[in-house]
Write a protein that binds this ligand. Structure first.
Ligand code: HEM
Length: 199
């Protein structure tokens, strides 16, 4: 009788993929944070895309990201058969396309955060104390891109354990939601819709 259970070598190899991916993701998040501290914040090289301020532009683009991220979760649940809906044949491609769009938009917004403001904590140059929300938002913002590295590895890896892709996707979704809540949703709650009077 043949033994179909995985050998110790195969088990080690499959666990190696998530471990290396999480280490690479952590390194990416830390490097982004280090850049956010080392770079001198400036509005040079940023755009408002026609909105009144850079912040308002980020709020609007982040809202689009938030909608795409929720669609990603719903799409993933349908693809995994967790909702009582049969997945249409185009759903896989649409899921990949909207996920890639959300990531590209997030890179665009994060560039404007990192370049114009940086990773803020402690006190600003003018002595103003940085609030907890801002610190949490910055750390989460850096972590999103580490989680994106893990997620891309999980999609590409053929021999990783079955839990890796849903865990990587769930982590990226959770971090995205937290980043949107600590920025755009916070803005709407405090300033309402972006307009010529807002900040
Ligand atoms: C790369 C890491 C990131 C860092 C270091 C960072 C940092 C910051 C900082 C310091 C602010 C100003 C907060 C304040 O004035 O109190 C800010 C604002 C904002 N960020 Fe980020 N951010 C990052 C990533 C992101 C990402 C990925 C998104 C969107 C998905 C985002 C969306 C926003 C928005 C909409 C605002 C304006 C509302 C606000 O002032 O909080 N950020 N960010």
């Amino acid at each position: 009788m043949t033994d179909s259970s995985p050998t110790a070598g195969q088990q080690t190899r499959s666990m190696t993929i998530p471990l290396v991916a999480f280490a690479a993701g952590a390194a990416v998040a830390v490097l982004i944070g280090v850049f956010g501290r080392a770079h001198d914040p400036t509005l040079d090289g940023t755009t408002t895309l026609g909105f009144h301020t850079v912040i308002q532009m980020k709020v609007v683009v982040t809202t689009v990201i938030g909608v795409l991220v929720v669609l990603q979760l719903l799409g993933a649940l349908v693809l995994y058969g967790k909702l009582p809906i049969t997945a249409p044949p185009w759903l896989g491609k649409a899921h990949r396309a909207s996920g890639a769009t959300a990531l590209v938009l997030a890179v665009f917004v994060a560039y404007h955060c990192l370049w114009a403001l940086g990773l803020e904590y402690g006190h600003l140059a003018d002595g103003e104390k940085v609030g907890a929300r801002t610190v949490i938002h910055g750390v989460l913002g850096c972590s999103v891109f580490g989680a994106a590295v893990v997620k891309v590895a999980a999609v590409r890896a053929k021999r990783a354990p079955g839990w890796f892709l849903p865990v990587a996707g769930g982590l990226l979704f959770t971090l995205f939601v937290a980043v949107v809540l600590t920025s755009a949703v916070w803005y709407y709650a405090n300033y309402g819709l972006p307009d010529s009077h807002g900040y």
